[in-house]
Design a protein around this ligand. Structure first.
Ligand SMILES: Nc1ncnc2c1ncn2[C@@H]1O[C@H](COP(=O)(O)OP(=O)(O)OP(=O)(O)O)[C@@H](O)[C@H]1O
Length: 190
């Protein structure tokens, strides 16, 4: 049923997201997205209190040149592979819940590396299951995790990051298995 619905984020008859540059080819949009988000990632990132508002501000910062809805929660249902993400009507409440949990855990400060990695993996798995934005969730997750890890005293060495392994670990985390994701974060943090 969802597959048959028209995606208001795309022009009719196309699967390319409407964008600020008016690009209509998937490849051109990907190149544009990569260039613009890279340039924005080199700028100072928005300061914030590691809240849902802060998370949205980071998405806005990275994607402001690309999508008119940067920083805004999606309004359509989305899935990847077998993973069906949070329905749009529940996103705001779920984001509030997950970020309240982060606050309750004192933003993961004061933990040893393995405890930090396990808690960060769980947080990331929950964020991924929500997938609050129509696009750009992965880049926002990684940017936010980098900031969170830094302030928690476990700065990440992103040169060690292996995108394929992270993707497999994220998919496993959707099914409730957070071990690989925990190990990857522990490795990046040490
Ligand atoms: N089948 C899946 N199940 C669960 N999570 C998935 C699946 N496929 C990809 N993901 C996760 O979804 C996120 C990517 O989401 P999205 O495509 O919105 O972000 P992006 O920033 O546009 O893309 P990317 O992270 O690939 O640059 C990543 O964290 C990725 O690990």
């Amino acid at each position: 049923m969802y597959e048959a619905e028209r995606d208001p984020y795309c022009h009719s008859g196309s699967s390319v997201l409407k964008n600020k540059a008016g690009l209509t080819s998937k490849e051109a949009l990907e190149r544009f997205e990569t260039a613009m988000t890279f340039a924005r990632s080199e700028e100072p990132l928005p300061n914030g209190r590691f809240s849902a508002t802060h998370y949205r501000a980071i998405h806005f910062h990275l994607f402001q040149d690309v999508f008119p809805w940067a920083g805004k929660y999606r309004t359509v249902r989305i899935a990847k592979g077998q993973s069906v993400f949070c329905y749009p009507e529940n996103i705001a409440a779920e984001m509030t819940r997950v970020f309240a949990g982060l606050k309750q855990q004192r933003y993961l400060c004061g933990l040893g590396t393995s405890e930090f990695a396990a808690a960060a993996a769980h947080f990331l798995a929950e964020l991924n299951a929500i997938h609050p934005f129509r696009e750009g969730n992965g880049r926002t997750q990684l940017t936010f995790l980098t900031l969170l890890a830094h302030q928690a005293g476990h700065p990440l060495d992103l040169d060690k990051l292996e995108p394929d392994a992270v993707l497999q670990a994220m998919i496993a985390s959707f099914g409730g298995d957070e071990i690989d994701l925990t190990n990857i974060i522990a490795d990046l943090a040490s």
